[in-house]
Design a protein around this ligand. Structure first.
Ligand SMILES: CC(=O)SCCNC(=O)CCNC(=O)[C@H](O)C(C)(C)COP(=O)(O)OP(=O)(O)OC[C@H]1O[C@@H](n2cnc3c(N)ncnc32)[C@H](O)[C@@H]1OP(=O)(O)O
Ligand SMILES: CC(C)C(=O)C(=O)O
Length: 503
């Protein structure tokens, strides 16, 4: 078989083995959407289904064969004529069809599944391949439970099926039993002991029962396999299959050592992972390698500081390479000053004006209570006691407002400004406008307020109100945030929050 010796074929079985997850069955239109996305990702082979299993799965293979033309479309069968006839029929529209047939190869399966003998099973294996060959040129054979099979017998079986015409021989660790070294040694044994092995591609198909599917697949590849069977997000029967994104990124990250190329456009990995998770109703665990929510999130201070100084200190993959915009710095009580400063700057605070130590202590108290500090929490922290956050900031020492429907509202304010306490009184068309005017008469300048929003945090008339405003000063825009149970005080806090960024 002619192929580039450095090319590693990616055989995606999300739609077949991946779909064997309880509750994750897909409709034909959903399979086509995922199939088209897999084609765009660059997989070489799509295992589209098991046509004999149901009319719906048969139809999915038919429709996928029509819609997805670039990758090989593969259909699974047992080693019997009925399954193979059905797969051949379902694949009749495929541009590049492959039948994937096979049978158990371990003594366990031979005895307890088939109540048969090694000799009889070997014969059935070869017959099935010969039969499938009448329909398609490309026939893959799987030796189910090869992970627990005797290597000498497995080699005989593989030799027989290649002689019968198999183009690809799949050595599944069906039950995720092997250790990486054992599985690699099995592949090497076949490479060295099957006389006609050069006439077929060896494929690895590993399950994750011991969390070793990716490690076993890589070990198989290092020992002679040139096709890897995998699924998006590693979904599949029981603990799942080898995860496509893990194996592809391991090959890419270690290209210098392994020297294998794939056609995968890695930037599509994350969007496709999210699509499969949504359509198959299978959440991705947060700490899942490559595509988990936390795969590029840093929440402890030492790591955050390291990442902010030089991303590669704590990341071996650039998140953009897998379609994730950027790493995340999550603020928690384990964060340090560098992370806090990073977020404050991102939110528009000029760090030179902030008393970082003071702010950090208040941040820690809040973080211990809240676990994760979001932008809103940080803005609130800055707005609530704006004066304690800024070095030499303008602060309010008292505010009194007289309002009602008999006269214009009036505000009397005392500000600490430039080292002295100064007082002013002003009236306006409302209590907020009177307060802002009073502040402006002390600082001696007028700044236009472009946006002004008041929200309650939880709802209810006794709630804390949150004010945000955009203040224009010398053609620059400054956001201010304020919080208080008194909406006038919250507005004054927001104005001072913005003011302290430029005064
Ligand atoms: C390791 C894997 O992931 S293999 C793929 C697993 N996927 C699936 O099983 C999903 C699709 N399966 C199905 O829809 C059904 O199981 C069918 C249509 C294939 C078969 O359904 P049924 O005919 O009702 O049989 P059932 O599933 O109960 O039992 C399996 C039969 O297939 C036989 N069998 C199992 N694997 C193979 C094989 N590779 N080659 C030949 N026969 C096999 C079993 O020995 C058993 O036969 P028996 O009835 O003579 O004892
Ligand atoms: C059908 C085969 C390839 C399989 O899924 C397995 O053995 O795990």
């Amino acid at each position: 078989m002619l192929h580039n010796p450095n090319h590693l074929y990616i055989f995606d079985t999300t739609l077949r083995d991946g779909e064997q997850v309880p509750g994750s069955q897909l409709t034909t239109p959903e399979k086509i959407i995922i199939g088209e996305a897999l084609q765009s990702l660059g997989v070489d082979i799509i295992e589209a289904g098991f046509p004999i299993s149901s009319p719906g799965d048969f139809q999915s293979v038919v429709e996928l064969s029509k819609a997805v033309r670039e990758p090989i479309i593969c259909a699974l069968t047992r080693a019997n004529k009925g399954d193979i006839d059905c797969a051949a029929e379902a694949l009749k529209y495929a541009k590049r069809p492959r039948i994937h047939t096979g049978i158990g190869s371990s003594d366990m399966h031979i005895k307890y599944k088939f109540n048969s003998t090694r000799e009889a099973i070997l014969e059935r294996a070869a017959e099935a391949v010969k039969y499938a060959k009448q329909f398609v040129e490309d026939v893959e054979f799987y030796a189910e439970d090869a992970g627990r099979a005797d290597n000498v017998y497995l080699a005989q079986m593989i030799e027989a099926v290649i002689a019968a015409g198999a183009t690809v021989v799949n050595i599944p660790d069906t039950n995720g039993y092997c250790l990486p070294e054992q599985y690699g040694a099995k592949i090497r044994f076949l490479k060295e002991n099957v006389k006609n092995i050069d006439q077929a591609i060896i494929s690895v198909h590993c399950h994750n029962d011991l969390g070793l599917a990716t490690a076993n697949s890589l070990s198989g590849i290092q020992n002679g396999a040139r096709q890897v069977e995998c699924t998006i997000n590693g979904i599949g029967e029981r603990a799942g299959n080898t995860s496509l994104e893990e194996v592809v990124m391991a090959l890419k990250t270690h290209y210098q050592t392994l020297q294998f190329q794939t056609n995968i456009n890695t930037k599509q990995l994350y969007p496709l992972s999210a699509m499969v998770s949504r359509m198959m109703r299978m959440p991705v665990q947060a700490n899942k390698a490559i595509v988990g929510r936390n795969a590029f999130a840093h929440s402890s201070g030492i790591h955050q500081d390291g990442v902010l100084k030089h991303r590669e200190n704590y990341e071996i993959i650039n998140p953009e390479d897998v379609g994730i915009d950027q790493s995340e710095i999550i603020l928690t009580a384990r964060s340090g000053r560098h992370a806090l400063k990073h977020h404050l700057e991102r939110l528009g605070y000029t760090i030179e004006r902030i008393d970082l130590d003071q702010t950090y202590q208040r941040f820690l108290t809040l973080a211990d209570e809240k676990k994760e500090i979001k932008d809103d929490d940080l803005l609130r922290l800055m707005g609530e006691e704006a004066e304690s956050n800024f070095k030499n900031g303008v602060t309010i020492s008292s505010l009194q407002v007289i309002t009602g429907d008999q006269s214009d509202p009036q505000a009397i304010i005392k500000l600490n400004y430039r080292g002295t306490e100064q007082e002013a009184t002003a009236s306006g068309n409302g209590p907020v406008s009177a307060t802002i005017k009073a502040i402006e008469s002390i600082i001696g300048s007028h700044n236009e307020i472009k946006e002004f929003n008041i929200h309650s945090i939880h709802g209810g008339s006794d709630d804390v109100s949150k004010v945000d405003m955009r203040v224009i000063h010398e053609d620059q825009s400054y956001m201010g945030y304020g919080f208080s149970t008194d909406i006038v005080r919250a507005s004054a806090n927001a104005y001072l929050d913005a003011l302290n960024k430029f005064v």
